[in-house]
Design a protein around this ligand. Sequence first.
Ligand SMILES: Cc1ncc(COP(=O)(O)O)c(C=O)c1O
Length: 406
Amino acid sequence: MNAVMKLDSVKLIESPRLWVSERPVFLAPEQLKGVHRFHKSIPGYARTPLCEWGSYAEKHGVRSILVKDESKRFGLRAFKGLGGSYAIFRVVCEELGLDPLETTLGDLKSERYREAVSKMTFITTTDGNHGKGVAWASGLLGCKSYVYMPRGSVEARAQAIRDAGQAEVTITDLPYDDCVRYTAELAETNHWYLVQDTSWAGYEKIPQWIIQGYTTMLYEALEQMREKGYSRPTHVFLQAGVGAMAGSMLGALCNIFKEDLPVVSIVEPEEVACIFESARQGDGREHKATGSEITIMAGLNCAEPCTVTWPILRDFASYYFACADEVAAQGMRKYAAPEEGDPKVISGESGAVTMGLLSRLLEEEAMEPIREKLGLNEDAVILLFNTEGDTDPENYQRIVSGKGLL
Ligand SMILES: Cc1ncc(COP(=O)(O)O)c(C=O)c1O
């Protein structure tokens, strides 16, 4: 068991770094060339902004705070479409026997392939953002998709998925992980393609493509950092549901920076913190979260780690944080009302938790020991990912206006 430190609404585990394994080959730069090439070929592609919060950084004695703002991604208000679209592209290429490095989205829509492609059907489970990406990417290719949502999903998110593509969307009464199992069965029975943003034993190829797909946002961010004069981040905070996104960023970072890896912290909701729980148990294996599974961070409400990325998070992350919902709410408000001179960012519950945590670390006196431990000092160049915008607009307004409970 690894020791848990608790300070107010934040819990922390420091990685014992016991299980050091190989860097993940599938996230090495040469494996990712086709990913960025594919995303650039999507009509309307543009880099999302990298916002710099110079005033806030100066006020709290760190060198820079940079936020990659995925609320602007492809009009989908979240980063997730990067993974779903690349995986669907790879599935179609494989099915038609095409080389993904020689094929474009335009080829798949051409007269030659259009009919065969349109017969393919995709299915997934989502708490919102991934399903929207799958619906959108299927729609781009003229394919049908089925999207299932766990209990408690809000209708606004279901409607946003319907609006994004040709998707049939159902809100079930199942918890997230059971919903995933249900859609896996439906895929098998109906010969549909399951495009799921988590993995388990025997289902790894498509999740790996999704995880590769996410890396476009990291490569863009590093390019934008260099343009601003920063050679690398010293600290990266990554929010996790199943940990696929965090593992993608971390796996790609360790392939790029090797021994000079930034200090990477994984951040989860405390009521559903499966990566934190796996780190706490400390036996090297992944474990289910133990909390109530009730959180405002819908995108992070996943109780079972992604098996492909857990070893990356176990071996290369420095810290694991579990945060109460009020930390995410604080992050949303911080993004909505920054210091004078810093750009405003629209950030939803799952997007904002890392900013909520960072602001507590920087602003609260009681956090000084953690600040020191992490090395959040005048040399720190801190990178955060705002992974979603106001994907639940009503709740966003409630929280940001201070009318919510948090
Ligand atoms: C907005 C947002 N941020 C972060 C994540 C976390 O991704 P993962 O489940 O890969 O850890 C999700 C997942 O759905 C999400 O929707």
